[in-house]
Design a protein around this ligand. Sequence first.
Ligand code: IFM
Length: 478
Amino acid sequence: MSTPHICSREAALPDRLDLPADFRWGVATAAYQIEGAVDEDGRGPSVWDTFAARPGAVRDGHTGAVACDHYHRYPEDIALMKGLGLDGYRFSLAWPRIQPTGAGRVNPAGLAFYDRLVDDLLAAGLTPLPTLFHWDLPQGLETPSAGGSAEGGGWLDRDTAYRFADYTALVADRLGDRVPTWITLNEPFVHMVYGYALGTHAPGRTLMLDALPVAHHQLLAHGLAAALLQERGLEVMIANNLTPVRAASSSEADLAAADAYDTLHNRLFTDPLLLGRYPDLTAFGTGPDLHGAVRPGDLDLIAAAPLSGLGVNYYNPTRVAAPTEPGLPFAFAEIPDAPRTAFGWPIVPDGLRELLVGLRDRYGTALPPVTITENGCSTTEGLDDPVRISYLATHLDALAAAVAQGVDVRGYFTWSLLDNFEWAEGLFSQRFGLVHVDFETQRRTPRASYAWYRDLIAAHRTRRLQRSRPRPGTAPGV
Ligand code: IFM
C-alpha cells in the first residue's frame, strides 16, 4: 500500500519563482567600488581617496583609484547586464565627480558621464536606479576651507545635509527626465558606525557614541533631498542595512541587550523615516535630540516626504547578549552552526524572511513597499561558484516566503555585478561578483552564478507571461 501524500502541491512552501508578476530583478554596485578614474575629467578627491592612502587603512594598501575601471568600460558592463535580462541597475553617483569640492562649482564632464550611462542603460532596456550617496563624500566637505563650519566636518556637520540637497537638485534637474526613482543614501547606519564611530572606513573617525549626530544629519539630508525630488515629480527611496536581531537567550538581560542593538541598528533610522520620531536612546546615553543635533522641525521634514519604497540591504542576522564589560549596552554572540561567507558572515537565509515580516509587523501600514537593494555573498570560489548560487537561491526562497506571508516586496538587486573594491578589505579578498574581475587585466568573466541568475530571471519572466495570458476559455471571442 502506498503512503498517502501528506504534503499537497498547494501546501508546499513557495519557491523563488512565486513572486509577483511585476517583480523587478537587478544588480547593485557603487561608484567608488567600481569606477576608478579618480583623477580624470575634473573629479575632486573623496574621503575614500584620502582614507585609502593612509598606510594600513585598507588591506594590502589597495585603493579605488582603478577598481574595475568601469568609468571607461561601462559599455562592456552594460552589455553584461543586458545579458542577464535585468529590469534595473542600481548604481551610485560619485558626488565629487559632479561637484569636485562638494559645494558650488559643477563639473560638466562628471555630469556628462552619468548622462551617457543613463542613456546607454535605457537603450539596453534597463531602468537606472541611482543612489546619490554611497560613502564617497567630497573631501572638501570633510575639511571645510577657511570660513566653513567647524562642527567637525563631513556628516558631523549639519551643513553637509544642505550641501547634499543642493547636489541632489542639480543632478535631478539633469537626469530626472529619464530616471524615475532615486535612492538618497546607502546604509547610513554602516557609514555612521564604520566611518565615524569605529574608524575602519572613511573618514576614519573613532568617536564611538559621539558619532550619533551623523545619523541625524544623514536623515536630515535625506529629508531635504526627498522634498526636492518629489517637487520634481520623482520617486524617492532610501537603502539601509537592516538585520533581524536575536537574543542569545530568553534571559531578561539578553533580551534587553537585543532590544538595545535593534534600536541602534534598525530603529534609529527606520523610526524617524516612517514614524517621525527617534526611538528611546537612553541606553546609548542620549535623549531624542541625539546630542543636540536635532532641531525643531527636523523630524517633520524627515518623515514628510513619503517613501515610494524602502530599500533593504540584507546580509545576515545579528545575535546579541548582555554586555560583560561596561561601555555599550550589548555584546555580539556567535550564531551557532551557520555556514559562513568568505567574510565570516553567517549564512542564514530565513533571516531575510524574519526581517521582512518583522518590518511589516512593526510598522504596519506605515511600511512602504520594500525592495531588496542588496543581498549577496563573498566567496573564495573561482568561476564555478555553487556557494554563491545556493546563497542566492535560498535567500530568494526566503523572500518568496515573506511575500507569501503578505509582505509587499517589489524587487531584488543582488550585490554585486562585478568583483569590486570592498572598502577596508581592498580588491582581492572579498569577491561578491556574478562576474569575476581580473584586476591586472580588467578581464571580466561571468561565473556560473551569472548564468544561474540569468536563467532564474528568464524562468520568472516566462511564468509572468503565462500568468498574463488569459486562461483557456476566458479570452474574449473564445
Ligand atoms: O560592498 C558593500 C556595499 O558597499 C554596501 N553593502 C555591503 C556590501 C558588502 O560588504
